[in-house]
Design a protein around this ligand. Structure first.
Ligand code: SF4
Length: 388
């Protein structure tokens, strides 16, 4: 995932108020751990090693000999009795397929929505953000590999049913629930149940995803999802196969589906030196986005830092990100950002018509917002997004 690395648990913030939280954010510490969000006495404020909670998957096909085929993502795992799929969080129990991460997240934080990153959704609000163990890809650059490449038994998990997620999100003043940090599609059942409740409670649902999901579960998810930031990790089959253990084409289909289903869509491309930073390939990617998804699709070029299996590579030169941004703008994309470079001009939103700054940002902090009813305050051009 290219969302910034999870902040370690900060138990010193236990009992923190919303005002204190915002002050903490202002000092650059942008996450409050669940220990401070779940009240004492609920039995949920402490993590339990290996907590597993199950739910029958709606997306599997029984096969001969008690095997099943998982129909949730394009990997289409064939799984024998007692075994698990590639993502480690789905298990064949007597010929039925179960999620093992329904209501047992390993990470919950209250984050600025800018951290997802979603730059065109309710700026300067907080998002109740959660993740479980597991992932359906194995990216060599994963920033949260300690949880994405783990089984639920390996981790300390919380006991947080969907109702409690909504209650705490509301209590803490979050405007959205974010499914994030690892690939959220692998906790699909938990996400969609929370999503239904969130809608009824007036909260937005947002996700940061790798887009590696099958069309039918995706269309079903779009009923509750308001906004998605999808990682377009590269633009070649080789990159997806060699660096992510995935495939490009299903991700492109996912992007088109989100667009068609009118879910607000932003894209993140983590630019990794020598792996996916070829400028002509980046140009192809930008032209594809412009043609298939539209010039108004926000695109975030994010800076890589050496982690996990790519520790030997240097951080992305800022000049490479600037070239990528310039290429995207030349391809006609109107909202192109540079991420993981706090203070860079590319963090701000500019009106494509009058060129004035409509949202100023520094890191996850939002400064002036020059929008009026979703339009540029200076020239009246509508800016795409969810603003109220
Ligand atoms: S969701 Fe998991 S079990 Fe299902 S196909 Fe994908 S990797 Fe395999």
């Amino acid at each position: 995932m290219s969302e910034p690395r999870l902040t370690p648990r900060v138990s010193a913030f236990s009992g923190v108020s919303k005002r204190e939280f915002l002050e903490i954010c202002g000092k650059g510490i942008c996450a409050v751990a669940l220990a401070s969000l779940i009240p004492k006495g609920t039995g949920a404020q402490t993590q339990k090693k290996g907590l597993v909670k199950t739910k029958l998957s709606p997306y599997f096909t029984p096969l001969s000999g008690g095997d099943v085929r998982c129909d949730l993502c394009p990997r289409s795992c064939r799984v024998s009795k007692g075994k698990r799929g590639f993502c480690r969080v789905r298990e064949n129990r007597d010929g039925k397929y179960y999620s093992l991460v329904y209501g047992n997240p390993c990470a919950i934080h209250l984050d600025p929505i800018e951290k997802k990153p979603l730059f065109h959704v309710l700026p300067a609000t907080t998002s109740f953000s959660l993740a479980t163990a597991g992932c359906n890809l194995q990216c060599k650059f994963c920033q949260n590999w300690e949880i994405s490449q783990a089984s639920p038994e390996d981790l300390y998990n919380y006991d947080v049913p969907p109702e409690l997620v909504i209650g705490k999100a509301k209590e803490m003043g979050a405007r959205s629930v974010a499914y994030t940090y690892v690939e959220p599609m692998i906790f699909y059942e938990y996400m969609t149940d929370i999503g239904e409740l969130a809608k009824r409670a007036g909260l937005l649902n947002v996700c940061h995803s790798n887009g590696f999901i099958n069309p039918e579960p995706l269309r079903n998810l779009c009923r509750v999802m308001d906004a998605a930031n999808i990682d377009l990790k590269g633009f070649t089959d080789d990159f997806y196969r060699d660096v992510c253990s995935g495939e490009l084409q299903p991700v492109l289909e996912t992007l088109k589906t989100y667009k068609r289903e009118k879910v607000h869509l932003e894209i993140t491309n983590l630019v990794i030196p020598t792996k996916n930073d070829d400028l002509s390939t980046l140009k192809e990617m930008c032209v594809w986005i412009q043609k298939e998804l539209g010039a108004e699709t926000p695109l975030h070029f994010s800076r890589f830092y050496p982690l996990f299996k790519l520790k030997g590579l240097p951080p992305t030169p800022v000049s490479t990100l600037e070239k990528a941004r310039s290429i995207a703008q030349s391809a006609g994309l109107e909202y192109v950002y540079i991420g993981n470079v706090p203070g860079h001009e590319g963090e701000n939103t500019f009106c494509p018509k009058c060129k004035k700054m409509v949202i100023k940002r520094a890191g996850y902090m939002v400064g002036e917002v020059n929008l009026k009813e979703g339009k540029c305050k200076f020239c009246g051009k509508p800016i795409p997004g969810i603003w109220t």
